[in-house]
Design a protein around this ligand. Structure first.
Ligand SMILES: Nc1ncnc2c1ncn2[C@@H]1O[C@H](COP(=O)(O)OP(=O)(O)OP(=O)(O)O)[C@@H](O)[C@H]1O
Length: 287
């Protein structure tokens, strides 16, 4: 028989006193968190902010050429987990990550691994478009320059063009490459940030609510782009929009209070969720 606290957790998502004290044990994930062709493999990942545990033993794979969406109520740890995948949490004082995260079989938390080239291999697109205060050309050329990816100006020009083309922005900006990136519309700025990420040849692209600052038309363009990018990259996207998760992703992971509650084919998660908490969230009962 369930205890009162368990019933409360299942029905309201309320935290138990143990959870509030950061002592919770991870809940078993419903669904298969592995894939046959994993690009990244995360196992028993825990994240602590000082004494507070924000991610609670999460294991999941990100496959090649797939979009994985991460959904869940505010504060459940989606962004925290996403930031583990390219060690962005390293920049936060008091943040500690345990467990293992492999990229192509290599432990990204290995002490000998330099996080700077890692962040080129696992690029990130943020909620708010954040172009550098430089020209459109320089926004895209900056990464390849610091990583020494091209040998001369002609190669750099070609890389800038191909990155802007992949981001679906070339035709809109080819005649004004020397103008400020910050002068573009919000949707164009986000695509410029995607071009900047692509320019350094990532294997994985992390997106943290990439459309939340965009209007519906710009959102539709970025969503279409995400679908196209899947043929070349692995993509993990945090989104508050279940419609967006359903439109762009092949697999969906549902987080709740730092636990990965359920993971599976996006269609299955939205049409026949197996866990009560997932069902409550997608039917709008909480969150
Ligand atoms: N820098 C930080 N220092 C301390 N606690 C943090 C920090 N960042 C996040 N947290 C805490 O970790 C937990 C998870 O937060 P996170 O931002 O990852 O959740 P989220 O699911 O992405 O939320 P949202 O959907 O609102 O963006 C929350 O309890 C939050 O307060």
């Amino acid at each position: 028989m369930s205890t009162v606290v368990e019933v409360m957790e299942k029905t309201t998502g309320a935290m138990s006193s143990a959870e509030l004290a950061g002592e919770q044990h991870s809940r078993a994930t419903v669904g298969d968190f592995t894939v046959a062709d994993a690009r990244m493999a995360c196992r028993e990942v825990e994240v602590w902010y000082g004494p507070k545990k924000a991610i609670n033993g999460v294991s999941l794979d990100i496959g090649k050429n797939e979009v994985l969406s991460m959904i869940g109520p505010s504060g459940c740890g989606k962004s925290t987990f996403l930031r583990c995948l390219n060690r962005m949490n390293d920049t936060i004082d008091g943040c500690r990550v345990t467990g293992s995260i492999l990229l192509d079989g290599q432990d990204i938390y290995d002490k000998s691994l330099d996080p700077v080239p890692l962040r080129a291999r696992v690029g990130m697109v943020f909620q708010k478009p954040n172009p550098f205060p430089k020209s459109i050309y320089e926004n895209v050329a900056y990464g390849p320059k610091i990583h020494g990816l091209t040998n001369n100006r002609a190669e750099l020009d070609a890389l800038v063009e191909s990155s802007l083309r992949k981001a679906g922005l070339w035709d809109e900006v080819k005649d004004r490459l020397d103008q400020a990136g910050t002068g573009l519309s919000g949707g164009q700025q986000q695509r410029l940030c995607i071009a900047r990420t692509i320019a350094v040849s990532p294997e994985v692209i992390l997106m943290d609510e990439p459309c939340s600052a965009l209007d519906p038309i710009a959102t539709a363009i970025v969503e279409e782009l995400i679908d196209e990018l899947r043929s070349q990259y692995s993509i993990a996207i945090v989104t508050h929009s279940m419609q967006q998760a359903a439109r762009v992703s092949q697999r969906t992971a549902y987080f709740h209070l730092g636990d990965l509650i359920e993971i599976g084919e996006t269609n299955d998660i939205f049409t026949s969720p197996k866990h009560r908490l997932t069902e409550d969230y997608i039917t709008g009962r909480f969150g």
